[in-house]
Design a protein around this ligand. Structure first.
Ligand SMILES: *Cc1c(COP(=O)(O)O)cnc(C)c1O
Length: 405
């Protein structure tokens, strides 16, 4: 008899987005049809940059000729030199020295953030920020590292509250030091971006306790303020305690195209073993790489034309973020984020909870948001809006919200 992984049965069953879907469908079924504006889900809407499309078309043609056809990518880090070198050079231009063979290219930061657990034992103590990108929590729950779900929290996880009081960046925990620490900056869902000093506190802590920081910088390209680190490796000491996840998804509209990368410094060791070597073994065994065509598209992001084109799209989204931020502030709401991230984290009006405000915005303004409570206990009292809509939808949604407050 085959035995299933019982940990899956502990998962509370994808509460957040299915529940939003249910409420949206119920609303659409009941009321006379009024067009909904969706500012809830974190997916991009603008097309791929022309430089990326051209590179992929040309690569597809190469695949159609015997002389230029490619099979398995047998190269270092499952990445062709042209992409690995381009990524290395982009770090270098930002003042960070990364060797090209410290870069592992993959099909997504979601997969890497989840799969990285393979190289760590089941009995590591895991810390997550609260609110949190659910992938970190659920993948550790599947691996048996989260204990039981008690209806609000996982008994085995360390929750690091991120609140208005601490500027949405976690303080060091008081008790036993966690072994694995997930930090996402710029943050989904709060939109907060960590400063150098904030990151340095955690880097020093991780080095002192032999912990590992799993650093998700999927939104680094959205940083607009100077002085905010784009990479954990800008921080002194990070090379001996951190793994960084990056993605082309939000940077260059690759959510449906799929390409990301993870950086593991060669000097990062635990129990005398190189984590770089373990991840290399893991990927070599369970992964056969990202399509050549997609890697060519990703490399085009780093060309001058590609850079200008993806920057224009990010600027467009960040203008949406400013429209939301200014509009909701004018409506009397307390609004956070939206400066270094495409997310606006909005405190709900007095006397309401996050699902209550979600319902009010859905029924009265016909705007779909995401209730903060779905991201963890400290998300209660907030809703998340995203800047990924069209300009027209964003402007109209803000007008509608202002009109009902
Ligand atoms: C969107 C997102 C990613 C990107 O995931 P991909 O699998 O590369 O599309 C990673 N981390 C966070 C927090 C995200 O919101």
């Amino acid at each position: 008899m085959a035995h299933i992984n019982q940990n899956f049965l502990k998962l509370p069953g994808g509460y957040l987005f299915p529940e939003i879907g249910r409420r949206v469908r119920a609303f659409e079924a009941q009321d006379p049809p009024r067009p909904l504006i969706r500012l809830g889900i974190g997916d991009v809407t603008q097309p791929l940059a022309p430089a990326v499309v051209e590179a992929m078309v040309e690569a597809a043609r190469e695949m159609g000729h015997k002389e230029t056809f490619r099979g398995y990518c047998e190269e270092t880090g499952c990445a062709y030199d042209f992409l690995r070198f381009a990524i290395r050079d982009s770090y270098k231009a930002a003042g960070v020295d990364i060797a090209d063979d410290e870069i592992f290219v993959s099909d997504g930061a979601k997969s890497d953030c989840g799969n990285i657990g393979d190289i760590f034992s089941g009995n590591n103590l895991v810390a997550v920020c609260d609110p949190v990108y659910p992938v970190y929590v659920d993948t550790n729950a599947m691996a048996g590292r989260a204990g039981e779900f008690d209806g609000e929290k996982w008994t085995g996880l360390v929750y690091l509250p991120c609140t208005a009081e601490n500027g949405f960046f976690p303080a060091l925990p008081a008790g036993k030091a966690p072994d694995l620490i997930y930090i996402c900056s710029p943050n989904n869902p709060t939109g907060a971006a960590a400063t150098y000093d904030q990151l340095k506190t955690w880097v020093d802590y991780a080095n002192a306790n032999s912990s590992v920081i799993l650093y998700d910088s999927a939104y680094e390209a959205y940083i607009t303020q100077p002085g905010i680190p784009h990479s954990i490796f800008e921080v002194e000491g990070a090379r001996t305690c951190a793994i960084e996840f990056r993605s082309f998804s939000k940077t260059a509209g690759f959510t449906g195209t799929r390409c990301a990368y993870t950086v593991i410094p060669k000097e990062l060791e635990r129990e005398g073993v190189s984590l770089h070597a373990l991840w290399n073994r893991r990927q070599g065994t369970k992964f056969n790489g990202v399509p050549y065509v997609v890697q060519r598209g990703a490399a085009a992001v780093f060309t001058p034309e590609g850079q200008a084109q993806v920057k224009a799209t990010i600027d467009y989204y960040m203008e949406n973020a400013a429209i939301i931020k200014v509009g909701l502030t004018a409506a009397g709401l307390q609004v956070y984020g939206g400066i270094n991230a495409p997310y606006i984290w909005c405190a709900v009006p007095q006397g309401m909870d996050s699902w209550g405000f979600f319902d009010k915005l859905l029924h009265q303004a016909c705007v779909v948001t995401t209730p903060g409570a779905g991201f963890g206990p400290s998300g209660e009292g907030y809703i998340r809006l995203t800047a990924f809509g069209s300009r027209e939808d964003t402007t109209r949604a803000v007008e509608r919200i202002k009109a009902i407050l």
